[in-house]
Design a protein around this ligand. Structure first.
Ligand SMILES: [Zn+2]
Length: 454
């Protein structure tokens, strides 16, 4: 980018929300190396504990702090939309029905709702009203230039000089001016924790990328012009971020609700057609870029595009930290079971940051669960539970060398010994575990335990 163009660009994004950094800081962010082992990978080696039984090698065990005997298993997800149906107003219509399905059928209890158009958290959920984003506090790109918030869409469209109200179809005209209505959700159960989140998209240098930011208050984009029929996009307003992904990630990470909770997720990588090298760049950018969706439910038109297990294993074999998320998105299958000492918003988001959870493509309450995943010396012991006496569980261990079935029973832990090199350090860079209930095919996935190479 030419210097003048760069300065103009920096000026145009310079005041985006509370996380806006000084122009010098922004220029540095744009200069992050395009690929290779970034700061995120090198920095982690300094703080990881080293295990004597593994030749003093560093170990990244996301379950190291979990008190398995006392931990609560909270059903959550990082990517779920609560915007459905044929409603013609933003966030109107049958959103309550969708929330009820998520609560009653899926039985999720921690919900970082990830709406888009605009990509703005519904937070706190009790404050959100019908037509909430008829006026938005955050700014938006129009024809390549950033316009500061607040933006009142009624004023924009109905302005006597610059508006285009008279050109709209009669049914679109009848919606205007959009009025702030009653609370969007009449009933939010007492035992449901809703966290800030949004699905951000429309990155100028990674157009296929969709990313969620559970725990972040950052907002981007504009209301859905297609549903509204008020032609915002036809008049130059972008419905998504319209930022380079690094700048957008900086802004997501700059507005985290808790400093040690949440992060950024790379959504449906196979469906999006992301290359491994792109994903490496995202993960290397910052350790708070947590991982990828290993399962995403809808993935039209081919459901197999929602799965990314081979992608996950390739990333892990490259030595990178990459958590695996299991999400319903617009569908109803997929969950992350958070292992928390207390059922609070902070602890739930902290579990995501640490990787203290396991995943499943299940659409309703799981009968099986991990009772413990413990690394002691060279031995990884896994206890899973939840099957009746006449059924059994099957466990698979995957490393960068092999995928192996391990024999076990509900009474006996599955055990796996970490293979060592002749220097006595781990010969694998990660191990992760899957357990399947034989008759129902319920399936749970651990997060990887990693042995980063020094
Ligand atoms: Zn989505």
């Amino acid at each position: 980018m030419a210097e003048r163009g760069r300065r103009q660009f920096i000026k145009s994004i310079g005041m985006l929300g509370a996380a806006a950094a000084a122009p010098a800081g922004m220029a540095r962010a744009l200069a992050v190396p395009a690929s290779g082992p970034g700061g995120a990978r090198l920095a982690e080696l300094e703080h990881l504990p080293r295990h004597p039984a593994l030749g003093g090698a560093p170990v990244d065990d996301p379950y190291a702090d979990v008190d398995w005997d006392a931990a609560l298993h909270v059903a959550s997800t990082t990517h779920v939309h609560v915007q459905t149906g044929p409603s013609t107003v933003p966030y109107g219509g049958d959103d309550q029905r969708r929330l009820d399905i998520i609560y009653n059928q899926m039985q999720l209890r921690h919900l970082p709702i990830s709406n888009y158009r605009p990509s703005a958290p519904l937070y706190p959920i009790g404050s959100i009203r019908t037509n909430n984003f008829a006026r938005q506090e955050f700014g938006v790109f129009r024809n390549g230039r950033y316009e500061e918030g607040p933006i009142d869409w009624n004023q924009v469209v109905m302005d006597p000089k610059s508006g285009w109200y008279r050109d709209l179809a009669p049914e679109a005209q009848r919606q205007l001016p959009m009025k702030l209505g009653p609370k969007l959700f009449e009933h939010v159960p007492d035992d449901l924790i809703v966290s800030p989140n949004a699905e951000h998209w429309d990155f100028t240098d990674a157009p296929q990328l969709h990313a969620c930011a559970p725990g972040s208050l950052w907002s981007s984009g504009a209301p859905d012009h297609m549903k509204l029929g008020i032609q915002l996009q036809e008049h130059g307003y972008r419905a998504g971020t319209s930022l380079p992904w690094r700048e957008a990630f900086r802004r997501m990470l700059g507005q985290m609700l808790f400093p040690d909770g949440g992060g950024v997720t790379i959504n449906h990588p196979v469906w999006s057609g992301l290359t491994d090298d792109q994903i490496f760049q995202f993960l290397d950018f910052d350790p708070r870029v947590l991982g990828i969706e290993v399962f995403n439910h809808p993935s039209f038109p081919d459901p197999s595009l929602g799965w990314a297990v081979p992608t996950w294993d390739r990333i892990l074999a490259s030595g990178r930290r990459c958590l695996g998320f299991f999400v319903p998105d617009h569908g109803v299958n997929g969950r992350c079971m958070l292992l928390v000492p207390r059922f609070t918003e902070e602890e739930c988001l902290r579990a995501y940051r640490k990787g203290a959870f396991y995943g499943s493509p299940a659409g309703s309450k799981l009968t099986i669960s991990f009772k413990s995943i413990r690394l002691s010396g060279r031995k990884l012991s896994i206890v899973a539970t939840g099957v009746p006496k006449d059924e059994w569980l099957i466990a698979y261990v995957t490393t960068d060398r092999e995928k192996r079935w391990i024999n076990g029973s509900p009474d006996k832990p599955f055990e796996f010994e970490i293979p060592l090199t002749d220097k006595g350090v781990p010969a694998i860079s990660y191990v992760r575990v899957e357990v399947i209930r034989n008759l129902t095919m319920e399936h749970i996935f651990s997060q990887p335990i990693r042995f980063p190479r020094t």
